[in-house]
Design a protein. Structure first.
Length: 259
C-alpha cells in the first residue's frame, strides 16, 4: 500500500514538473491582422486563382469548386485551360490534387485539408477566417527543431512548410521570454521580430499584396455568389422600405375617418 502511494505521489509530482516545464515555453498567442477586402476586385481574384493553383494545389484540393466556375471572375475557358489546368482535367471537374491519401500520410503525417471553405471554417474568437489565413501566410519562419524546417507564429508546431517561401524569402523569428502578466509563475515566450535570412522574389509590400490576392480568391471560393447576394440584399431592403412606406400611407388613409 505504501509503495503504491509513493508511486502515485511520484507520478503526480512528475506531472506537475512537466506542466511547469511546458508552461516555461508557452508561446504568446499571435494577434490576427486584418486582411484587405478584394473580393470585388476581378484582377485580384484572377491573380489569387493563379497563386492558388501554383502554390496551394500541390497538396490541397478544393473539391467544392469546379474549374468552369472561374468564368465568374472574368476568365475565359482558354485562359482557364492554358494557365490553371494541368494533366487531363476538364472544365467541369472539381479542383482536386493528384496526391493520394497514402502519399499525404507518408509525407505530412496526415492528409492536408481541403481549402474550399477554409476562410469560413477558421473564423473564431480571434477574428475572421480571411484574417486568420492572411496572418498565417505571413507568419512562417525557419525552425530547425521542426520536421519540415518551418514553424508558424499563428499555428505553432505547424506540420506544413511555407508554400510561398520563394516569394517571401527565409526568416528567423526572435523571441523574448518573461513572466506572464496573468500568472508570473508561468514563463511566456513573446515574439519581438524577424531576421531575414535569405531574400525573397518580392518585397514585403509586394508579398503582403500577393497574400491579400490569394486570400481574396479563397474568400470568394468559399462563397462564389456572395457579391450577388449582397447586391440582392440591397435591392430587397430598398423594396421593403418602399413597401413599408406604402403600407403606412395605406393604413393612414384607411384610418383617417375613424380618427
Amino acid at each position: 500500500m505504501k509503495t503504491h502511494f509513493s508511486r502515485l505521489c511520484a507520478a503526480l509530482l512528475l506531472g506537475l514538473l512537466l506542466h511547469g516545464a511546458a508552461g516555461a515555453a508557452e508561446q504568446e498567442e499571435m494577434p490576427l491582422e486584418h486582411a484587405p477586402y478584394r473580393v470585388n476586385n476581378l484582377m485580384a481574384l484572377q491573380n489569387g486563382a493563379r497563386l492558388f493553383v501554383n502554390y496551394c494545389m500541390g497538396c490541397h484540393s478544393a473539391k467544392f469548386m469546379r474549374y468552369e466556375s472561374l468564368r465568374d471572375i472574368g476568365l475565359t475557358d482558354e485562359q482557364i485551360q492554358r494557365n490553371l489546368m494541368f494533366g487531363d482535367a476538364k472544365l467541369g471537374d472539381t479542383m482536386r490534387v493528384a496526391m493520394t491519401s497514402p502519399q499525404a500520410d507518408k509525407w505530412f503525417g496526415t492528409e492536408p485539408p481541403d481549402l474550399s471553405i477554409i476562410t469560413k471554417a477558421l473564423a473564431s474568437h480571434r477574428g475572421s477566417g480571411p484574417d486568420y489565413v492572411y496572418t498565417y501566410l505571413r507568419s512562417f519562419y525557419r525552425d530547425d527543431t521542426r520536421p519540415t524546417g518551418w514553424n508558424n507564429l499563428v499555428f505553432p508546431g505547424v506540420g506544413m512548410p511555407n508554400p510561398l517561401w520563394m516569394l517571401q524569402g527565409e526568416r528567423a523569428a526572435r523571441f523574448e521570454v518573461g513572466p506572464d502578466p496573468a500568472d508570473p509563475a508561468v514563463k511566456l515566450k513573446t515574439f519581438v521580430g524577424y531576421t531575414q535570412l535569405t531574400p525573397g522574389m518580392e518585397s514585403t509590400t509586394e508579398y503582403d499584396s500577393t497574400v491579400a490576392d490569394l486570400v481574396a480568391y479563397m474568400q470568394w471560393m468559399a462563397e462564389p455568389d456572395q457579391l450577388f447576394r449582397k447586391r440582392l440584399g440591397v435591392i430587397v431592403l430598398i423594396f421593403l422600405g418602399f413597401f413599408t412606406f406604402l403600407a403606412w400611407r395605406l393604413k393612414s388613409e384607411y384610418w383617417k375617418d375613424v380618427k
